[in-house]
Write a protein that binds this ligand. Structure first.
Ligand code: ZN
Length: 370
């Protein structure tokens, strides 16, 4: 669709402004842990986002946020309730950037799209370090063990962490494993107890009333079931936030899909060739797949348009597989994704499918081969 009136050149891009706001909020959230008050000045990205939102508000004739404090209040508000119109911003009306004072997955995804977010650099630096070291030692099993640990144990006691590092595959990456975790934040501890979630095995945190404990992971498959409690004295560690979002969240779907493929009697390999893609199924003429658990199909489409994984020559078919939770939560997820990124549409070399479609297709091929 074309707009009749050209936007003035000084008018900031709504999408970039929101991404900058998301980055600023992520930096801001990194800047305080637990009860420690945040120290001024605010992150530069927050201040810049405020300036840009002010220009947008003036242009639209609505009142701008008066301060960074008001901006952070606005960040708790669903986008539908903003007085600013956010056309082309890749956000859904019910989403917000902050919930209970913490960045949402929406905030992570928007911040990630900016491409220069510090958290992404750190995630990449750590994950690249892990890849480099595993490759240098020709130790693909170490790489797989590292990812499996992060996915299966986003919260872990110091004792359990040490026990895992005794595994020779993981011992190679001991330093990186320790960097992936941080001490459980003070707000996660009450009466000397740290509470966990059965759905994602991460921590539960107190909501605003300090009495309700909840899993704050948007992609948790079972956020209302409590997992085991740990004594705070046992030194509970929690996977760093960006690794929870971009490794553990999608990783749950990766492990689950690999398991479902194996149960069909089909050989499945996770992160083959040092993570060239997420999964390969079948020994001969393999099917290869990247598994995605992005909340928003339009944001995922934007990411996919920046580049798809390289399909190996011997691959029979290639897929982007969308995790079940996301397909269920978002009506017409695949339609919207393929419309925004035709490169993964029907008939392309890489086709986007749902987790259930993928498992069914694997099942049919396995049946046909018997
Ligand atoms: Zn959970």
């Amino acid at each position: 669709m074309t707009t009749a009136v050209q936007a003035p050149s000084w008018l900031p891009d709504v999408r970039i402004t929101l991404a900058q706001l998301a980055s600023g909020i992520l930096e801001y959230a990194e800047g305080f842990t637990g009860g420690t008050p945040f120290r001024l000045p605010y992150p530069a990205n927050l201040q810049l986002a405020l300036d840009r939102l002010t220009l947008l508000a003036w242009h639209q004739g609505v009142p701008p946020p008066g301060s960074v404090v008001e901006l952070l209040q606005l960040a708790h508000t669903p986008f539908a309730e903003w007085s600013l119109v956010l056309t082309d911003a890749d956000v859904d009306p019910e989403e917000s950037l902050l919930a209970y004072g913490r960045p949402t997955v929406t905030c992570e995804e928007l911040g990630k799209l900016r491409g220069d977010v510090e958290a992404e650099l750190r995630e990449n630096a750590l994950m690249h370090g892990v890849l480099d070291k595993s490759q240098a030692h020709d130790a693909p099993d170490s790489y797989v063990a590292f990812r499996k640990l992060l996915i299966s144990k986003p919260a872990i006691t110091a004792f359990d962490l040490d026990a895992n590092l005794a595994d020779p595959h993981l011992a190679l990456l001991a330093e990186e494993v320790r960097q992936a975790y941080a001490d459980a934040p003070p707000e996660a501890i009450a009466d000397g107890i740290v509470r966990t979630c059965q759905g994602c095995h991460g921590l539960r945190l107190p909501l605003d009333d300090d009495r309700t404990w909840a899993c704050v992971d948007d992609s948790c498959p079972d956020p209302s079931t409590a997992g085991p409690n740990h004594r705070a004295a046992d030194g509970v560690q929690w996977l760093r936030r960006e690794l929870r979002t971009f490794i553990a969240g999608p990783g749950r779907a990766e492990l689950r899909i690999a398991e479902a493929v194996s149960e069909l009697g089909v050989m499945a390999r996770l992160w083959p060739d040092f993570d060239a893609y997420d999964l390969s199924a079948f020994d001969q003429k393999p099917w290869v797949a990247d598994i995605k658990a992005w909340r928003s199909p339009t944001r995922l489409a934007r990411r996919l348009r920046q580049g798809l994984f390289a399909v190996p020559d011997d691959a029979d078919r290639a897929f982007i597989v969308i995790a079940r939770e996301q397909v269920r939560a978002h009506p017409r997820y695949l339609d919207r994704l393929q419309r925004a990124c035709p490169a993964v549409g029907p008939g392309q070399r890489i086709v986007a499918v749902s987790e259930d479609q993928f498992i069914n297709a694997v099942s049919r091929r396995a049946e046909a081969g018997r």
